[in-house]
Design a protein around this ligand. Sequence first.
Ligand code: KG4
Ligand code: ZN
Length: 336
Amino acid sequence: MKILGIESSCDETAAAVVEDGRILRSSVVASQIDIHAVYGGVVPEIASRAHAEAICGVVENALLQAETTINDIDAIAVTNAPGLIGALLTGVSFAKGLAFSSGKPLIPVHHIRGHVAANYLAHQDLEPPFVSLVVSGGHTSLMRVNGYTDYKLIGCARDDAAGEAFDKCAHVLGLPYPGGAAMDKLAKLGDKNKYKFNAGNVDGAEFDFSFSGLKTSVINLVHKETQNGRVIDDEFRADIAASFTEALIRAVTSRLQLLFEREGACNIVLAGGVAANSHLRNAVSATAEKFGAKLFLPPLKLCGDNAAMIASQGYYEYLAGVRGDTSLNAFATSHI
Ligand code: KG4
Ligand code: ZN
């Protein structure tokens, strides 16, 4: 069964064709990073307009690269939540129009479930149940995936997501948006023990995350140092990046450790844009190995937003009977 996936929840317009949820036929991603970089972050209204301009060409390319046409597609899956509302609506409206005019079933897909499904494309043996940790620009969620469409939240970020914290720290260090990948490289050159940063804990919710205070400590330290006349050079950037990354990783691995201690080892699936971070990948691998848990890591090209992951999850939503129609709406926030 061939599914056309469409993704437009933030600053990537993407379309892909996936067969039976597992076989990637094509994946096209048009990034808007250059457009937003001048503002130091995503400008929602500009994002919606850029999606509207790109979406026809992106979908056409995805069909072409899969050597197929809309006639051979069995269903259309689209991200309808969560994300920037105007951006989501562009993809949802396009998908509704295409599904209606071609007579194909329409399948709404939750963006976070999509991130998890990126792993189905890379690991043919991966099947629920497992525990998944999605770390992205907008979300940090630890979830129990009991079935392909059966999710239970264990913990999530109460304020800034991990990627948001990465990007804001990169910004104060003078790195271009989005700075996560640059922070990853810099952290390799720095001293992770140079500065003592900590991520927050949430009273009564030990699996929840709080990265806003960590972000603010970094910003305050950089401001204080520059006010004292310090020049932000590569050595300073590298030490900050390494110390910040260390604190963020400690928050993530301590929660995984707690889970393993309480419930024993289980299969773990990492996902989301920040899952591309080399330090996080190594640290989560080490924690999983220590407890004898099997870890599944997404390939780097499927960590960030793409539509292949939406088409993959769309297949399982389809099998579960999930359908949208012309009244399908988009939602900026949505429980998993
Ligand atoms: O999953 P994603 O593409 O978008 C959302 O759904 O939010 O994640 C984007 C985030 C950005 O914050 C970006 O800086 C971060 O992923 N990111 C990284 C790395 N590569 C991308 N963060 C840390 N290390 C990386 N190597
Ligand atoms: Zn995402």
